[in-house]
Write a protein that binds this ligand. Structure first.
Ligand SMILES: Nc1ncnc2c1ncn2[C@@H]1O[C@H](COP(=O)(O)OP(=O)(O)OP(=O)(O)O)[C@@H](O)[C@H]1O
Ligand SMILES: [Mg+2]
Length: 456
């Protein structure tokens, strides 16, 4: 399965978890073209969320000419709200979206910037925490939520949330499309995280400079050629765009995005009398499902076994309390994880309702005592400290890179391969289809004191 965004280009399904940046001047087709990608994802049943400050993405739910059904997506807030959007509820909305596994538009167009920022921050933070299945988040006017220069703590916090989401979302299967007409104003550290650039018509020298900052990290192409390319960007027609994805599958191609299959609402349309008469496709089934999520039935009673912690200063095999182990997935060292269902409960029913949730909770966490960070005593601890201290992307590790980092700390690099294998078995590191290792940062806890005092 792939995303046919143009007659000459399909993006691979993996693009659902890429970080893309749609960059262009006003009116060049950013919303139109990113909506084409959104349509492709919705058709492929990949859930999406759109953070929409302009109040136009509800158009996804309406047919091309403003009539008939579009694609199923629930709208929170704005003029076409299915459900209300209030700042205090942003986290519950994220939880409900994940639990019901629906696609949603978060329409901020009727709220103040301060309220909107609070929603964006809480919503992205919560989604990042709880999401596990593939999901793609489109962020319109990303520069508003993640500017290069912040004023005041609210803006800084919101920037922090977007930064974390873009930088580490991939660890939780979250992809993201950042959309901005002001590349120069979007925070540089965030823009440089993009896996794929979608550049439409761009004129302003400072915006070209921002694109340049990304490009020059990716390629050693001759400067003269690049300058010609930057200059050519002003000639692009609406919807015409360069797609640049330097890593595998390498894409560097000029395309014309296909036409939309759903309704493209523009600012001018919103001012017309027709705007108030338009009908959205019926998604009652989704909304009912969603309401149920807000009023959940009491969950069945289960006894949650405690999660064994890996302590970085001990060999892993000693961490598992053997008397609690009964279930045996092949990938676990020692072959066991704690039993999920207590013997005396209504086993069949409980297993149907919650197995994934419980299994997720049983993922072990590695505990790193803070006093060992300076000089970790075992290969396992050295690997954990090296990957935890790293500021860049968590999904681009290799064994060689980990060893280099350990040597840069002036620590011995013996036993590193075994430690990586051990952490891979525990899914703290995971080998991905592109052969890079992904590090699951949220499964490492730095604890204040040693978990246990060693007695020698
Ligand atoms: N692939 C395409 N096929 C046909 N028309 C297109 C295409 N892409 C863009 N357009 C046309 O370009 C117009 C402007 O596109 P769009 O509203 O997406 O611009 P934008 O870059 O998001 O602008 P703004 O910065 O104002 O939000 C659309 O109304 C549409 O008519
Ligand atoms: Mg737009």
């Amino acid at each position: 399965m792939s995303f046919q965004i143009s007659k000459d280009l399909k993006l691979p399904r993996d693009a659902a978890t890429w970080v893309l940046a749609f960059l262009a001047k006003r009116g060049a087709g950013k919303t139109y073209c990113s909506s084409v990608l959104a349509e492709e994802m919705l058709k492929a049943k990949i859930p999406i969320v759109v953070v929409d400050g302009m109040g136009i993405w509800w158009g996804l739910r309406v047919g091309k000419n403003g009539e008939g059904p579009g694609l199923p997506i629930v709208v929170f807030g704005g003029e076409h709200a299915d459900l209300p959007l209030v700042p205090e509820k942003a986290k519950s909305i994220a939880r409900a979206i994940v639990q019901a596994n629906i696609s949603a538009v978060i329409d901020l167009s009727t709220l103040s910037k301060l309220q909107s920022r609070r929603i964006v921050m809480d919503f992205l933070d919560e989604l990042y925490q709880i999401n596990r299945v593939e999901r793609h988040v489109f962020i319109e006017e990303t520069d508003l939520w993640a500017p290069q220069r912040t004023i005041g703590p609210e803006q800084a916090q919101c920037l922090g949330a977007v930064d974390n989401f873009v930088r580490r979302g991939g660890n939780h299967n979250l992809g993201c499309s950042m959309i901005t007409q002001r590349s120069a104003v979007l925070n540089k550290d965030i823009l440089t995280q993009s896996d794929c650039l979608v550049v439409l018509r761009t004129l302003a020298p400072q915006d070209k400079k921002a694109i340049q900052a990304w490009v020059e990290e990716q390629t050693d192409e001759d400067r003269r050629k690049l300058n010609q390319w930057y200059d050519s960007l002003k000639e692009l027609k609406n919807g015409e765009s360069w797609i640049w994805h330097p890593e595998k599958p390498a894409i560097y191609k000029k395309i014309m995005f296909r036409e939309r299959e759903t309704f493209h609402a523009t600012r001018t349309f919103l001012l017309s009398p027709r705007a108030s008469t338009i009908k959205l496709m019926d998604v009652n089934e989704f909304i009912d499902k969603f309401r149920n999520v807000f009023e959940p039935k009491p969950p069945p009673q289960t006894v949650k076994p405690s999660v064994p912690a890996i302590r970085a200063n001990q060999p892993i095999s000693t961490y598992i309390p053997r008397n609690t182990l009964t279930h045996t997935p092949a990938s676990m060292p020692g072959g066991n994880i704690p039993k999920i269902i207590p013997q005396d409960s209504d086993t069949a029913k409980v297993q149907q309702v919650v197995p994934n949730l419980i299994l997720e909770k049983l993922r072990p966490t590695a505990q790193l005592p803070a006093d060992l960070l300076e000089n970790p005593p075992t290969p396992l601890a050295r690997v954990l400290v090296a990957v935890t201290n790293h500021e860049g992307r968590d999904d681009r590790w290799t064994g060689a890179k980990i060893k280099t980092s350990i040597r840069e700390h002036a620590w011995p690099d013996d036993g590193v391969d075994e430690a990586i294998a051990e952490l891979t078995r525990w899914e703290i590191l995971r080998k991905q289809s592109n052969n890079y290792l992904r590090f699951y940062r949220d499964r490492v806890q730095v604890v204040d004191r040693p978990y246990e005092v060693a007695v020698s």
